[in-house]
Design a protein around this ligand. Structure first.
Ligand SMILES: [Cu+2]
Length: 294
């Protein structure tokens, strides 16, 4: 094959590969765990990109250290084997070597610490928040508040497996998604009404404990409109697995429409006006979730 032909074949292959990636990315519009997934879900926030970057750096450092130590060990086993060293070496100190094996690991830790601290402070809070949401963990559902959007407030329950509609994800889809404007800095305040929960959305790099009596802050800026799934990842009781998180990010316009509708929809304080009162509704939903487990 001529060089030009080879180049052309390579270009065609690359184009096909990129097309596959593109189709794959389209299908992955809703960010949820995948079968046989290794590593992270694709990142859709700057914090999660930072987490992936730090993770990759530490993995490569770890690989280098592991390979170096393993090679050194194998070399020593071979070099100082009994057959060629009938009289064992009595060397017990080597100042330069001891300084090196103390200073080198310290340097490696410093190299890891600098980006690590930078990321911790970056994900800690946002200075310029465009909007605030308050997230309250309950056994076993999430409550969302929009204090600067007319105090819209609602509960979010997992949809029991029996009630799933086509396209909805088992153990991940909820009746009321938490809706956010994409491309805006959202301050998240997490707390709990009963026990410790944890607000965790992998593809957005959000993870905060929801602790009763405390409010813990973090933030997110969702890059693109889409649906992003998460879960409570602090064991919080029997139905710990029944409190997934579904974030729906929208354009500014769509969000304005949604919040206007939400003001009337959730006017009854957490439950759509059309459905039964809060306590009654909660009991029914919990019973439905319980039934799917039997
Ligand atoms: Cu929980």
């Amino acid at each position: 094959m001529q060089v030009s032909q080879r180049l052309r074949a390579a270009a065609v292959f690359m184009a096909m590969f990129m097309a596959m990636l593109f189709v794959g990315a389209g299908a992955a519009w809703a960010q949820a765990p995948r079968n046989w997934q290794l590593s992270f879900q694709p990142a859709h926030s700057s914090v999660q990109q930072g987490i992936e970057g730090l993770h990759a750096m530490v993995i490569w450092l770890m690989a280098a250290v592991t390979i170096f130590v393993a090679a050194l060990l194998l070399y020593c086993v071979w070099r100082f084997r009994a057959s060629v060293n009938p009289k064992a070496s009595r060397v017990s100190h080597h100042t330069a070597l001891e300084v090196a094996w103390t200073v080198l690991p310290v340097l490696i830790l410093v190299i890891i610490a600098i980006p690590s601290f930078r990321l911790i402070y970056f994900e800690d809070r946002t200075e310029a928040a465009d909007m605030t949401i308050k997230v309250v963990g309950h056994q076993w559902y999430w409550e969302y508040n929009y204090p600067d959007q007319g105090d819209v407030k609602f509960d979010s329950y997992m949809i029991p497996a029996d009630d799933l509609k086509p396209g909805q994800l088992r153990n991940l889809d909820v009746d009321n998604r938490v809706v956010l404007p994409a491309g805006k800095n959202i301050r998240i305040l997490a707390t709990s009404g009963d026990v410790i929960h944890s607000f965790f959305i992998p593809s957005l790099g959000v993870q905060r404990y929801a602790i009763p009596g405390r409010t813990i802050e973090t933030w997110v800026r969702v890059d693109d409109p889409g649906v992003y799934y998460g879960e409570c990842n602090q064991i919080c009781g029997t139905n710990h697995s029944a409190m997934p998180i579904a974030v729906e990010a929208m354009t500014d316009q769509d969000f304005a429409t949604w919040i206007a509708a939400a003001k009337t929809k959730f006017a009854a304080g957490g439950v759509p006006a059309s459905s039964s009162p809060a306590s009654d509704g909660n009991t029914q939903r919990l019973a439905a979730v319980e039934n799917t487990r039997r």
